[in-house]
Design a protein around this ligand. Structure first.
Ligand SMILES: Nc1ncnc2c1ncn2[C@@H]1O[C@H](COP(=O)(O)OP(=O)(O)OP(=O)(O)O)[C@@H](O)[C@H]1O
Ligand SMILES: [Mg+2]
Length: 251
């Protein structure tokens, strides 16, 4: 009789110092993670670091779909952490999909551009094509609420999320979806209330007051196939991006 060997899930490194040890070494491969938090909590930085370090340190190509700021603004902001996105874009290891220029009516010299208004299927087909074009292993969509604004009918967001879920599973990419939560501490984790159901993991970024100063914290609210604590861990956004302090000490 053959005994099936236990196959541990392959882990995808986040690229965020201190974070992977909180989730058994990384995200389960192919998983979809919802990154939620209020404004300015670091969602875009976290997601960009995941894509950038994927290319730089782990040789895993990644696609960043930016629906909140133009691709060129994203590159410029991320350059302040010493990250040269363009270098990896030229090498075909990163693709940034610009979902903003057309909306604000600015010309875009970008290679990957989303049209102003789109329907669900075109949007998903486009992402699928870009992922295949660079053989991406990682994907970020920043953010879910801004997809909704772009749709011909906002109420189609549920349809998008359900279809997105299916194509993500099929593509096998490890994905971070960002969203904003009015009150993540008290159960309301996402804007539409269904994002957390399609996501196999939920990470909450938070700002809390301590000694008249706002401090940053990260909480892993859910991560399937993973042992993780429910503690809040402090993190900083520093000159090289995000660093998490798993021992809980800095503040
Ligand atoms: N180069 C930098 N060095 C240190 N901290 C920075 C740097 N750039 C940005 N920050 C900090 O990161 C914050 C913004 O982070 P980020 O844009 O990732 O947040 P977000 O959650 O995506 O916000 P939004 O709701 O605007 O999308 C800034 O408000 C600032 O506090
Ligand atoms: Mg952002």
């Amino acid at each position: 009789m053959r005994i099936m060997a236990y196959q541990p899930v392959r882990r995808v490194k986040s690229g965020i110092p201190g974070f992977d040890e909180l989730i058994e070494g990384g995200f389960p491969e192919g998983t979809t993670v919802l990154l939620t938090g209020g404004t300015g909590t670091g969602k875009t930085t976290f997601a960009a670091q995941f894509i950038y370090k994927g290319a730089e340190e782990y040789g895993e190509p990644g696609v960043f779909v930016t629906l909140e700021e133009r691709a060129r603004d994203l590159r410029r902001e991320m350059a302040s952490f010493g990250w040269d996105f363009e270098k990896y874009e030229k090498e075909g290891k990163i693709a940034i999909v610009d979902g903003v220029s057309s909306v604000v009516g600015l010309p875009s010299e970008e290679k990957f551009v989303l049209e102003d208004r789109f329907n669900v299927d075109n949007f998903l087909r486009y992402i699928y094509r870009v992922v295949k074009a660079i053989n991406a292993k990682r994907l970020v969509i920043d953010s879910i609420p801004s997809i909704a604004l772009r749709l011909e009918e906002e109420r189609k967001i549920r349809e998008v999320l359900l279809k997105l879920n299916t194509i993500l599973l099929e593509m096998g990419v490890t994905t971070i979806l960002t969203t904003e939560a009015p009150d993540p501490q008290h159960g309301k984790l996402s804007r539409y209330g269904i994002e957390e159901f399609i996501a196999r993991g939920v990470i909450v970024l938070d700002l809390q007051e301590k000694n008249i100063e706002l401090k940053r914290y990260v909480l892993i609210r859910k991560m399937r196939e993973t042992r993780h604590s429910m503690k809040k861990y402090p993190f900083e956004i520093g000159p090289n991006g995000i660093v998490v302090y798993p021992s809980g000490e800095i503040y």
